[in-house]
Design a protein around this ligand. Structure first.
Ligand code: VGL
Ligand code: ZN
Length: 194
């Protein structure tokens, strides 16, 4: 059982159509996390939703994608269906939306890089960041590591994340790396049960 309070924030990373079944860079089990996120979302007053927000000529796009760093199919192109949040994801008008990946020349996998996220969280006196979303070994991993680096306590919700997992095992390795680095790996049940 955990008490969620005013020093806690939920960071929901890249739950966008292109990362979900039917999308260009679909992550297996990506849609399974949406109802989980919606359930825990209600516990938090501070919520941030990030989105991968690429120009059409982004450096990571390849005509022959390997589904690895720097070799992706075109995805999450600004103002397209693929870049939209999943239709069932509950987002309030008061929630913060942070866009990343808009520099055509730069691949980046952190919600903190090139954004005001750190300052925004500090202004609200946030101390713990709970992370959910996609993909485990890219944006979730790097954002969690950067969150730690910035001095926040970081928790990743294992049943509210999913990975590209190419090659197989890379998503599990990312979670292990997070554990070894001091990130708490927990499940949504740990937040919801009493
Ligand atoms: C992501 C691959 C390419 C992510 C974004 O959101 O984790 N992964 N672009
Ligand atoms: Zn991307």
């Amino acid at each position: 059982m955990m008490n969620i309070g005013k020093h806690d924030a939920l960071l929901v990373v890249d739950v966008q159509n292109d990362f979900l079944p039917g999308g260009a860079l679909s992550v297996a089990g990506g849609d399974r996390i949406v109802p989980v996120i919606n359930r825990i979302s209600a516990l938090f007053t501070t919520r941030v939703f990030t989105r991968d927000w690429h120009p059409a000529d982004h450096v990571s796009f390849s005509g022959h994608p390997q589904f690895l760093d720097q070799s992706w199919p075109p995805h999450c192109i600004q103002n397209t269906w693929g870049a939209q949040f999943h239709a069932d994801l509950k987002i309030d008008a008061k929630d913060r939306i942070v866009s990343t990946g808009d520099n055509p020349q730069e691949e980046n996998y952190s919600s903190f890089h090139g954004t005001d996220l750190e300052a925004w969280l500090r202004r609200r006196d946030i101390r713990r960041i709970f992370i959910a979303g996609l993909a485990t070994e890219y944006y979730v991993l790097t954002s969690a590591m950067d969150g730690l680096q910035a001095g926040f306590e970081v928790l990743v919700l294992e049943d509210a994340v999913a990975g590209v997992d190419v090659p197989p095992g890379s998503a599990a390795r990312a979670l292990q790396k997070l554990r070894d680095s001091g990130v708490h790996i927990l499940s949504s049940g740990d937040l919801l049960s009493e």
